[in-house]
Write a protein that binds this ligand. Sequence first.
Ligand code: PMP
Ligand code: GLN
Length: 388
Amino acid sequence: LQSKLPAVGTTIFTVMSKLAAETGAINLSQGFPGFDCSPELVSLVERYLRKGFNQYAPMTGVPALREALAQKALEQYAVAYDPDSEVTVTSGATEALFAAITAVVRPGDEVIVFEPAYDSYVPAIELNGGIPVFVTLTPSEVDSSIANASDYTIDWQEVSHKITDKTRLILVNTPHNPTGRVWTADDIQQLADLVHDRDIWVVSDEVYEHILFDGRVHHSLMTHPTLQERTFVVGSFGKTFHITGWKVGYCLAPKALTTEFRKIHQYLTFSTVTPIQYALADYLQNPGHYRQLPDFYQRKRDLFLDGLRQSRFRFNPAEGSFFQTVSYADITDEPDYELAVRLTKEIGVASIPVSVFYKQKNDYRVLRFCFAKDDAILREAAERLSHL
Ligand code: PMP
Ligand code: GLN
């Protein structure tokens, strides 16, 4: 069989998690919480399982959950989505991303992708015959001319130069995996200015919308009217409620976009796990369940970084997400993949080499660590890394 994705192998998340398991290393590679979700949420799922909510959910999602999601968008971002025609529940954000990209991209269409990019974007574009056009974001230590020495700042002039008549879609991810960078209000305005008079759609991956630090606020693309009308906003409960294994996500988009999105969704998965949707609808009624996330994860970020301050790693604290990138340029010249494998085997700490999120080959010497772990684990990992 001739591969449709010849450049694709097993994802780095699977590779590094497997190596961590085999070697008994602390696994700060694949992004998932090292602690359980709330017992209240488990009880709710159990209740709906026992009540017999065990057959297909409606294709678009359980009405109560769509209503809860629309209510959340209204309360949090003051944007009204119609739960019947503009909110769709999906089997994880991964499915929503694939369906949104498939709804828009035709063979030969160009798609602007900021790299480093989450690994599912480019295969989804390519399977639809699209052409990814990369805007490369760099860590500050390789480009000291970047304003404020801030990592991974977007050069909007470059974005503007890369837009052509063939550009059909722009992919956005804020807070960003793997860099932890968060879009500012200015980034949102710059994007709006670029697309407002063009036939360009936007997919905005906002799965870390509730995980921001140092008082930052999440600028959802839905809050800008020019963007709202052309954007598929994608979210996931996996990050928000510590349930990455349940694979429930969603897409909010204006009616015309949702209509096309659902045509794909109904033949990808048709619908998403029923009892969990009912449980999530109830659990969402209390916003306290996600409002405590910034404090919860900021403590963990700071604990990990305090441990790393004695080390020779350099870093700018993550602005959001549960990932911290660090530069090891002062420690070794090894390529990042080799270093990540070596550190897993030799000191028992697994990470993700950030070069895998770039199409363009580079030697930025950056590793990504997931700090969604118990405090004792983070302390131990930082201690081991400090001796390098
Ligand atoms: N987008 C980003 C940026 C992610 O980090 C992840 C997974 N961690 C996903 C999408 C996929 O989310 P889900 O597990 O809900 O499919
Ligand atoms: N999103 C998670 C990460 O970035 C991994 C998800 C996956 O394993 N596909 O680590």
